[in-house]
Design a protein around this ligand. Structure first.
Ligand SMILES: Cc1cc2nc3c(=O)[nH]c(=O)nc-3n(C[C@H](O)[C@H](O)[C@H](O)COP(=O)(O)OP(=O)(O)OC[C@H]3O[C@@H](n4cnc5c(N)ncnc54)[C@H](O)[C@@H]3O)c2cc1C
Length: 435
């Protein structure tokens, strides 16, 4: 056992762990951060869009030296069937502001930079160290961790579990259950390299402007999931993910879906001639508010993906991770300043502070959406995209058919596919889950 005792141990050096370790270290706490990867970011996968506001709260001048890719000025949403997409695009020059709001990043580079900031704040960061177990006292409270290093038992007043979506450590210790397959998506991603001028010409960008595409529809073969195409300076990140529960009951594989997505007539020209240099796969927690586990106990708190903080509707995760890590650290700092011990009762402050933040408010707003999308996936991800495509094509094809008849035909195709009652019920449930 290592004799030295820390004020806090942070398990994991992803977005949540780095936010927590940085906040505690810069406020004078003695912090040890343990990361199983070779370096912070080496194990992390993300699209990736970075939400500046949440990072600014941690590192106000991050734009000076953070490895940022492109400033997002355009967002596209595509509803796809096998041969078409119906799109909603939003682009604004207002996003070309002095302090842009969203950037693309490459996590391996970004996390390394973030981790350096954690070290500069005074935390001890140990990589290539896997936490294998939590050390408990006789009352079940967490008093430290065991690692895969020799003499690997280390003690601290509080342990921040920022171990990501797998959350094996917390589950093994009985602090929460392993995620349900209906609450976790498996996503695969590729990085397609192209000269930057090619990317800019294909996406109508200049300088460091960026564009992203979020896509849903028949590309996931009726399973609950989404695909994405994000522009970086010299590569395009492209990926697709669906719920594990859906993969279990379908004859589809993640890479099969990705290959089909890449061959789609709307996607293939964007990546034509590119060189693929990186493949990765990762889980995403998508159970939403109802899947959030117990967030604190005597001597521990859980943050980020390990706490299921992911807004699948808006494709946000890293911002919830950074915010929950920061808030957990602020709650711990407050207790310390009041000389109150890290009991479960006192650490409930973390949950109360989180309830006041956008993290809980947004997840609560969409609390019924994950179940609706999962149970109605055939309708939302297969039937409706096909119907919309057919209706759009009917309206755009000028063939002498009177418009009134076109409208009747479109309506008939919806009623034939879903019945009036089915349409009403889908609309009602969707609006209710969205509120
Ligand atoms: C394909 C994909 C695309 C995404 N796109 C976006 C996006 O564009 N924007 C967005 O905001 N979010 C996105 N997300 C979600 C986002 O990546 C996560 O929400 C975010 O990374 C969560 O941060 P975290 O710190 O909780 O977990 P992670 O970033 O997963 O970090 C957990 C860390 O803990 C370490 N660890 C785990 N167990 C142990 C252990 N026992 N001992 C020591 N270390 C351990 C891991 O190695 C890892 O470094 C995406 C996710 C995926 C998979």
């Amino acid at each position: 056992m290592i004799d030295e005792k820390f004020d806090a141990i942070v398990v994991g050096a992803g977005m949540a762990g780095n936010a927590a370790a940085l906040t505690m270290a810069k406020n004078g706490m003695k912090v040890l951060q343990l990361e199983r990867g070779e370096y912070s970011g080496s194990k992390n996968v993300q699209g990736a869009i970075l939400y500046a506001d949440m990072l600014e709260k941690l590192i106000p001048d991050f734009r000076e030296d953070a490895p940022l890719e492109r400033n997002l000025v355009e967002q596209r949403f595509w509803m796809m069937d096998d041969h078409s997409h119906t799109g909603l695009h939003y682009r604004s020059d207002d996003f070309n502001e002095e302090r842009p709001n969203r950037y693309t990043i490459i996590r391996a580079q970004f996390d390394k930079w973030f981790s350096q900031k954690v070290r500069e704040a005074g935390a001890t960061v140990l990589c290539e160290t896997t936490v294998t177990e939590l050390v408990r006292d006789t009352s079940g409270g967490v008093v430290g961790v065991r690692t895969d290093r020799r003499d690997g038992e280390i003690h601290a007043d509080v342990v921040v579990l920022a171990e990501g979506v797998n959350g094996l450590l917390g589950a093994r210790a009985g602090l929460r259950e392993r995620p349900n397959p209906a609450h976790v998506a498996l996503a695969v991603k590729e990085m397609h390299f192209l000269p930057r001028e090619t990317i800019e010409a294909r996406f109508n960008l200049k300088g460091d402007e960026g564009a992203v595409i979020e896509a849903a529809g028949t590309i996931t073969r009726g399973m609950t999931g989404m695909a994405f195409v994000y522009t970086n300076k010299e590569c395009i990140s492209l990926g697709i993910g669906c719920l594990i529960a859906d993969f279990e009951s379908a004859a589809e594989t993640p890479y099969g879906l990705l290959e089909r997505f890449k061959r789609h007539t709307s996607v293939a020209p964007l990546i034509e001639g590119s060189e693929v240099k990186e493949y990765s796969a990762h889980l995403i927690p998508e159970g939403g508010y109802k899947a959030i586990p117990q967030l604190y106990g005597k001597g521990w708190v859980v943050v980020g993906d390990a706490a299921q903080f992911n807004n699948a509707i808006h494709r946000e995760g890293s911002n919830l991770a950074m915010t929950s890590g920061r808030i957990a650290a602020e709650a711990i700092l407050k207790l310390r300043s009041q000389k109150r011990p890290m009991t479960a009762e006192n650490l409930a402050l973390y949950r109360r502070m989180l309830n006041e933040s956008f993290v809980m408010k947004d997840l609560k707003k969409y609390k019924d959406m994950p179940a609706l999308m999962h149970t109605q996936s055939q309708n939302f991800f297969l039937t409706y995209p096909q119907l919309f495509s057919k209706a759009m094509q009917g309206f755009l094809r000028i063939d002498g058919t009177p418009k009134v008849e076109k409208e009747k035909l479109a309506l008939k195709s919806f009623v034939t596919a879903r019945s009036r009652r089915g349409l009403f019920s889908d609309a009602f449930r969707f609006v209710r889950a969205w509120r």
